[in-house]
Design a protein around this ligand. Structure first.
Ligand SMILES: Nc1ncnc2c1ncn2[C@@H]1O[C@H](COP(=O)(O)OP(=O)(O)O)[C@@H](O)[C@H]1O
Ligand SMILES: [Mg+2]
Length: 332
């Protein structure tokens, strides 16, 4: 297995007192889309700044494709792209001109520039607006331009800090669809920070949840949710009392973990609700038990967070945050 990132016991203390990272251990497989998910202040940006060689850890080690981020910083920088949370393009020039500036900063040979810039604009869906001033772009277009700039050097890993903060769901989706084109075409590993649970849920192959400088859970979205014990199917039935033999028969299904009844409802804990439902329905039908309502409650990543961090996740991006961030993006 090729590891894009490997982190051992990483600690970062700011000013001798703020313990932003408190012994982080983590690996990220190459070619995956990885989300570091956590509330504001959890340590996400700190970790990304260390991995991108901008700041040094207090103790512990971190490697990017086997290179030590402290001792081999310049080699690491050749393999990575980094898109900070703050805006990283100029608004008073066009999208095309931004790419040209980056191509020069990255020292891309003259004869390759046009082709690479065109490719990046094409992949990010920005051809039509390439000559417009970035000032006129939407937040989503700006994010896509930043990704286009970051892709010019064809990095092996791209770090994105809160890539879609302040974007509406449609713009967010567009950013991710484009990012995935790069991920698949260039086999780039994507490492992103987010405090949006649904973003991690939808777009990450693997998730690590960070809380107060510690990784508290790790896995796929589905794995994390299932680790809580399963999904609950609740049937509201129209005939009482509920037949005990029928309950026994349901209990015998190998995927049923638990069953409880309450007056007119039967609650069944299973590993996977969608897969289990037809088998249970068959039994209810055979017993001629009329069902008036079926509901499925699936654990969310918030439930996972609650279990591991002992508290609920912060409310998702407050409207005032979103408005503020948008203004920042527009202003530049
Ligand atoms: N340069 C800094 N100096 C002092 N404290 C900092 C600095 N940067 C971040 N912190 C603190 O470290 C903790 C983690 O911050 P950060 O890594 O920015 O979290 P996140 O990106 O998850 O919101 C917070 O308590 C924050 O206030
Ligand atoms: Mg941050």
């Amino acid at each position: 297995m090729d590891l894009a990132v490997q982190i051992n016991e990483l600690v970062k203390v700011y000013n001798g007192k703020v313990r932003a990272l408190d012994g982080v251990n983590l690996t990220v497989e190459a070619g995956k889309s990885f989300a570091l998910l956590g509330p504001n202040g959890a340590g996400k940006t700190t970790l990304m700044r260390i991995l991108t060689t901008q700041i040094k850890p207090t103790s512990g080690e971190a490697y990017v494709f086997g290179l030590n981020v402290v001792n081999e910083g310049s080699k690491v920088r050749e393999l990575i792209s980094y898109i900070p949370q703050e805006m990283s393009v100029w608004t008073d020039i066009s999208g095309y001109e931004n790419l040209l500036v980056y191509a020069k900063i990255f020292d891309i040979p003259h004869h390759e520039r046009e082709k690479l810039i065109h490719e990046a604009l094409e992949n990010m869906g920005l051809i039509k607006v390439k000559d417009d001033l970035v000032r006129t772009y939407s937040g989503g277009m700006i994010r896509r331009l930043e990704i286009a700039c970051a892709m010019l050097i064809k990095p092996r890993i791209m770090f994105l800090d809160e890539p879609t903060i302040g974007l509406d769901p449609a713009a967010r989706k567009a950013v991710w669809e484009r990012l995935n084109v790069f991920k698949n075409d260039y086999e780039v590993t994507i490492f992103f920070n987010t405090h949006y649970m649904d973003e991690a849920d939808l777009y990450a192959d693997e998730i690590a949840i960070i809380s107060q400088g510690k990784i508290v859970a790790r896995g796929t979205s589905e794995g994390l949710r299932h680790s809580l014990g399963g999904e609950l199917i609740t049937f509201t039935v129209e005939k009482t009392p509920i037949n005990a033999e029928m309950l026994e028969e349901i209990q015998k299904l190998h995927f049923v973990k638990d069953i409880s009844i309450d007056d007119t409802s039967i609650s069944i804990l299973v590993y996977n609700a969608e897969d289990s439902l037809p088998y249970i329905m068959d039994i209810l039908r055979n017993e001629k038990m009329p069902v008036s309502k079926v509901s499925i409650s699936k654990p969310t990543l918030d439930d996972v967070f609650l279990k591991h961090a002992g508290m609920r996740f912060e409310e998702k991006g407050r409207i005032s945050d979103v408005v503020h961030t948008r203004r920042m993006i527009r202003r530049g």
